[in-house]
Design a binder for this molecule. Structure first.
Ligand code: NI
Length: 172
């Protein structure tokens, strides 16, 4: 298991446009494996390569509708969307900050897998939101620049209390 350091807002990596992946080699696979370990270790639902300092079009999205399977997306593009959702969003690179962000409800993405094969994948709810958030990272866009407003400390506290209650319930 190899963890990579997650860069935080203020690091210039997070504001740059990433380049396409052109070589589907062992180096890419190592990056993907490390990003997977880092995502699981940090309890996130998605991670983009610029967040570990690599300016390439690579993201991971945890499909929370599907047993938390981690989807690897290389050179991803959003090709279709439907509906709308508005809700709280955060980012591992912007710790302690949550904002209300409007996203499509359903999102369809075209991407390459770790061997360069093109495929399509779709998701709704949190997974749809996550596709948008992670692909934004590849253009140097952070969620807080899209937020209608940021949550107050009280609202964040209430949200995490609710989450803990839910986790307690799950453990019973
Ligand atoms: Ni993020």
């Amino acid at each position: 298991m190899a963890l990579r350091n997650i860069v935080k807002k203020g690091d210039e990596c997070l504001n740059k446009k990433c380049r396409d992946v052109t070589e589907f080699n062992g180096r890419l696979h190592k990056l993907l494996d490390d990003m997977r370990d880092t995502l699981i270790d940090s309890n996130g639902v998605g991670l983009a390569a610029p967040q570990v300092g690599i300016l390439r079009r690579v993201v991971l999205v945890m499909d929370t509708n599907n047993d938390d399977e981690i989807i690897e997306l290389i050179n991803p593009e959003i090709i279709d969307t439907d509906g709308e959702q508005e809700g709280p969003e955060g980012c591992l690179s912007v710790p302690g900050v949550w904002g209300i962000v409007k996203r499509p409800w359903w999102v369809k993405v075209k991407a390459q897998d770790r061997n360069g094969e093109w495929f399509e994948v779709e998701g709704d709810g949190l997974t749809g939101r996550c596709f948008c958030h992670e692909i934004d990272h590849l253009s140097g866009v952070l969620f807080d620049s899209r937020a209608e407003r940021l949550l107050t400390a009280e609202e964040i506290q209430a949200m995490s209390a609710e989450e803990e209650e839910y986790e307690d319930y799950e453990e019973e």
